[in-house]
Design a binder for this molecule. Structure first.
Ligand code: UT7
Length: 333
């Protein structure tokens, strides 16, 4: 750890992990009243990966983190902070510390960050602040979710959308600063559009005191509302991040959006006048992996040699909260 100020940030490594089980659209048509045609036409999704009951979120997070650490050329002991963006932790008290222990990142503080499908972007901005202040030099950011644990498998409007996965990046102090601009937003007045909410039942303790106990209700979503919100609000934050950086749309090499729905990706790209070939998309294979979707798509594109060091990436996450945000960064040192 260094104590200096005015430090820039670079993303120096990435990694990802997916569970082994594949659930195709055809498989899903045996679970709910749906079809490959409906799902592919309306979302672009063809299959998703689902964790079996023996696979924990921390296992996926650790595997993704290990490849990011290797790519960055650092050791777990070098990490000052671990942020785990997730809405489906193994433990509501937090899963980041378990990941810290399993990685052997003994110097690192670790905490979970909950911002649903915006979690990776919120986490990236969060991580960068610790580096920019000079407090920390190396931060590991993981986006991981297993929403298969929380979907209603009888609700065809939602269960066809989600998949499980994890992605990670290493952020390091660097000159020049590669995080060029960002914008984060929330609108809780639309909270009801997408929820995974606690459903407390009364537990009478004494004649005067009633506590509330219970589990969580599966995911409930107003798909059309969230669709409209994403297509309208995401371009705004991307434009704001670009403006802050003094960049124009034409200088963006890659549009890296939360992988929710191909129609949403296409509509946002169209609004921003970004050509299709600059849009990163892998949701056909994984569905919507929530906080994992951006780092999972980033990792695939980097390992395919598509995204190269120095490329400028506009990344945007959006989802429950409602929350949404964008960052503009250059890949690598
Ligand atoms: O990561 C969080 C962010 N979440 C999102 O980005 C999700 C945003 N929303 C969406 O992606 C889309 O709204 C969906 C993919 C969820 C739904 O697509 P849509 O084109 O908005 O469909 P819809 O909800 O308007 O439903 C159209 C029809 C309905 O039937 P009726 O009422 O017209 O007879 C639905 O009941 O499609 C029906 N439907 C289905 N049919 C077959 C809904 N889900 C299914 C299904 N299979 N899985």
């Amino acid at each position: 750890m260094v104590q200096q100020s005015g430090t820039g940030v670079a993303l120096t490594g990435c990694g990802s992990a997916i569970p082994a089980q594949v659930l195709s659209n055809h498989d899903l048509s045996q679970v709910v009243d749906t079809s490959d045609e409906w799902i592919a036409d309306r979302t672009g999704i063809r299959q998703r990966r689902l964790a079996d009951p023996t696979t924990s979120l921390s296992q996926l997070a650790v595997t993704a983190a290990q490849s990011a650490i290797t790519m960055a050329g650092i050791q777990p002991i070098d990490i000052d902070l671990i942020i785990l963006a997730t809405s489906s932790p193994d433990d509501l008290f937090g899963t980041a510390a378990k990941v810290q222990a399993e990685l052997g990142a003994t110097r690192a503080a670790a905490f979970d960050l909950t911002a649903a499908c915006s979690g990776f972007v919120f986490g990236l901005v969060n991580a960068a602040q610790f580096i920019r202040t000079g407090a920390y030099e190396t931060v590991l950011l993981i986006g991981a979710d297993m929403l298969s644990r929380w979907v209603d498998w009888d609700d065809r409007r939602t269960c066809v959308l989600f998949g499980d996965g994890a992605g990670a990046v290493v952020l390091q102090a660097n000159e020049p600063d590669r995080l060029l601009g960002f914008e984060l937003r929330s609108d809780g007045s639309l909270n009801r559009s997408l929820t995974l909410s606690a459903q407390p039942q009364p537990k009478v303790l004494t004649a005067d005191v009633i506590a509330a106990q219970g589990s969580y209700q599966p995911i409930v979503m107003d798909g059309r509302e969230v669709y409209r919100f994403a297509v309208q609000r995401v371009p705004e934050v991307i434009e704001k991040a670009l403006h802050r950086a003094g960049y124009s749309i034409g200088q963006v090499d890659w549009l890296l959006l939360h992988q929710a729905n191909q129609r949403i990706l296409d509509a946002i790209a169209q609004r921003l006048k970004i050509p299709t070939e600059k849009v990163i998309s892998n949701l056909a294979n994984y569905g919507n992996t929530s906080a994992a979707s951006i780092p999972l798509a980033l990792d695939e594109a980097v390992r395919q040699g598509k995204i190269r060091p120095g490329d400028t990436i506009a990344a945007s996450g959006f989802g429950a909260g409602l929350s949404w945000g964008a960052t503009l960064f250059q890949w690598g040192r």
